[in-house]
Write a protein that binds this ligand. Structure first.
Ligand code: ADP
Length: 585
């Protein structure tokens, strides 16, 4: 249509000009003949001819103008009609769309909030027909009473005006007074010149979605409560090894908060070489399906945030959900179990130790009594000898020799009594077996080091691979180790550095050397000489028997015990034990 109108316009132009060019001489000729007919001078005739020509041109122009104006009006009318037709079509389409959107209530309200249009979705959702609801205030749909509803509508519309659209979630009421959770969006509608014509409200029922959300939330809370209470540390990772969940027990065990580890690679919780290789472990499993740990469980080493390591039992479960594969690791700290086991063991050897000591206590009082006799005798003979030497008469050498003989005899007797005491303490049932040195030391330290951490004492162990096994009585050697470690711990009390170090090595081919070192003050000079003798003690409540018993035990095993100043301060006790191969040979 547009094209046709355009073509008509282009044809009209030259045609109009042609008519005009032809009309001017024709009108002049007509004027001339008119002048001739009326009769007059040639001038008069010429004037008439001019007037007629002008009149004719004007009339022609008027006629032409009227015709084109009429054409343009017709074209405009057709255009308007077409536009109206388009608008009608669009409106129809919109109506169909609104009617078709059955999941959505879409309706318009005027500036005051009265319903001005209502789609089928609105009817379905609210239960009101458009006849019932058109013209009514939409406070009708609010759960609160009508006045409060109206105030709420007012507030929403004002907000929508200010923000150009509002989306909220709120309870709405159906015709039957039942309620549903609505997701509402309200936008102002303006005409082209900007005047407000009303508001469009689009609503859908979010009750079900919210119910699903609540169910998920509940499940999540439930899971979180499990995560917070399971005694084992629980860690969930995805197939790239990134942690997606970290239980409270895991937080306590590894010393990281959940927020610190989420999204990071689980390898941060293990020492080398696992740390570097963990990604390849997962890859291999995903690739081959070969189970080395998943569903089996293994004892591995974990690393805490402070860098310290600990033995742990790891069981891994696998969950495949849709496109995601998750691994859940349950971690049991074996330190505690091992500590518990060694505490049991400790309690057992403690019992042996204590029973020995208490029996020794009984023995000691008997022996003290026994010791008293030779000591009194020594003192009496000594006094007599002194008197003889200090007297005025000649000294009878024979008698004097007899007195000194008695003194040394009694001293030997006293020594014998002490030896018997030591032997008794160190006795027990000697049961020599082949023992792994690191295991022997680990067990003993579990007993000796109880409470060490609280006292700020750290322990280091260095085991030479070839310095094991030994052929010994396990309980007795552990008694030596416990004695040495306890002494070391007591010596380090209040010292700035409190480090206990235990190491093994080979003294000579057939002898394992064990060194127990501390960072204490060193051996007090006054007892250095008689350190391994009975009753040598600098402690108020010390019996001074520990080291003497140690020596008895070590020597009974064919070894030697010595002491030396440690490099950089502190003391080192060293003892040797026969290596099992040689002992057995
Ligand atoms: P007790 O511990 O009952 O005194 P011991 O025979 O075990 O008996 O020790 C004797 C003495 O040796 C202690 O009183 C102490 O003075 C000294 N001693 C033992 N071990 C150490 C040590 N690691 N550092 C410093 N002094 C020590």
């Amino acid at each position: 249509m547009e094209q046709g109108r355009g073509r008509a316009g282009t044809i009209a132009g030259p045609m109009r000009n042609g008519i005009l060019v032809a009309a001017v001489p024709a009108a002049a000729l007509f004027g001339w003949s008119l002048g001739a007919a009326i009769g007059g001078t040639a001038d008069t005739r010429a004037a008439w001819a001019a007037i007629a020509a002008v009149l004719l041109v004007v009339a022609g122009l008027a006629a032409l103008g009227w015709r084109s104006a009429r054409r343009e009006a017709a074209a405009r009318l057709a255009e308007a009609e077409a536009r109206a037709e388009d608008a009608q079509l669009a409106e129809e389409e919109l109506r169909l769309l609104l009617e078709g959107a059955r999941q959505y209530a879409i309706f318009l309200v005027d500036r005051e909030g009265r319903v001005s249009s209502w789609n089928a979705g609105a009817e379905r959702l609210y239960g009101w027909t458009s006849q019932e609801v058109l013209g009514r205030h939409c406070a009708l749909f609010y759960a609160a009473d009508e006045a409060a509803g109206a105030a709420q509508v007012e507030a929403e519309l004002t907000r929508a005006l200010a923000e150009e659209s509002v989306t909220t979630e709120d309870w709405q009421v159906r015709k039957d007074r039942s309620e549903f959770l609505a997701s509402l969006s309200i936008s102002p509608l303006r005409s082209e010149n900007g005047t407000l014509r009303g508001f469009a409200r689009v609503i859908y029922d979010a009750t079900e979605r919210r119910a699903v959300e609540l169910a998920i939330q509940k499940r999540e809370e439930h899971l979180n409560s499990i995560l917070a209470t399971v005694p084992d540390a629980m860690i969930v990772i995805d197939e790239r090894g990134r942690m997606t969940s970290f239980s409270s027990a895991a937080e306590r065990l590894f010393g990281y908060s959940e927020a610190e580890v989420i999204g990071r690679n689980v390898s941060m919780l293990m020492p080398s070489p696992d740390r570097e290789q963990h990604d390849s472990y997962i890859e291999r499993y995903l690739h081959t399906g070969e189970r080395r740990i998943v569903g089996i469980g293994r004892i591995v080493t974990g690393q805490r945030s402070d860098g310290s390591t600990f033995p742990m039992k790891l069981s891994v479960g696998e969950a495949i959900s849709r496109d995601q594969r998750l691994f859940t690791g349950f971690v049991q700290d074996l330190t505690e179990r091992r500590e518990f086991e060694s505490q049991l063991e400790a309690a057992r050897s403690e019992l042996i130790h204590v029973s020995r000591l208490s029996a020794m206590g009984t023995m000691a009082s008997t022996l003290a009594h026994e010791l008293n006799q030779p000591l009194t005798a020594i003192s009496v003979y000594g006094e007599a000898a002194r008197e003889m030497l200090g007297g005025e008469g000649a000294v009878d050498k024979g008698v004097l020799a007899e007195v000194f003989g008695e003194i040394s005899g009694q001293a030997l007797r006293a020594g014998e009594i002490v030896r018997r005491l030591r032997q008794f303490v160190a006795r027990g049932e000697v049961m020599k077996t082949v023992q792994d040195v690191p295991a022997l030391i680990n067990e003993a330290s579990a007993l000796a080091l109880v409470g060490a951490r609280d006292r700020g004492i750290s322990a280091q162990f260095f085991y030479a691979p070839d310095a094991t096994p030994v052929f010994v009585d396990r309980v007795q050697i552990q008694q030596v180790l416990v004695n040495l470690m306890r002494n070391a711990m007591e010596a380090m009390e209040g010292r700035p550095v409190r480090r206990l170090s235990i190491s093994t090595g080979l003294a000579e081919p057939g002898l394992v050397l064990v060194t127990v070192g501390d960072t204490g003050p060193g051996i007090a000079p006054e007892i250095k000489e008689r350190l391994f003798e009975a009753f040598a003690s600098t402690k108020a409540d010390g019996m001074g028997l520990g080291l003497s018993i140690c020596r008895t035990i070590i020597e009974a095993h064919g070894g030697r015990i010595t002491v030396r100043d440690a490099q950089g301060g502190g003391t080192e006790f060293l003892f040797t034990l026969p290596r099992a191969v040689e002992a057995a040979a």
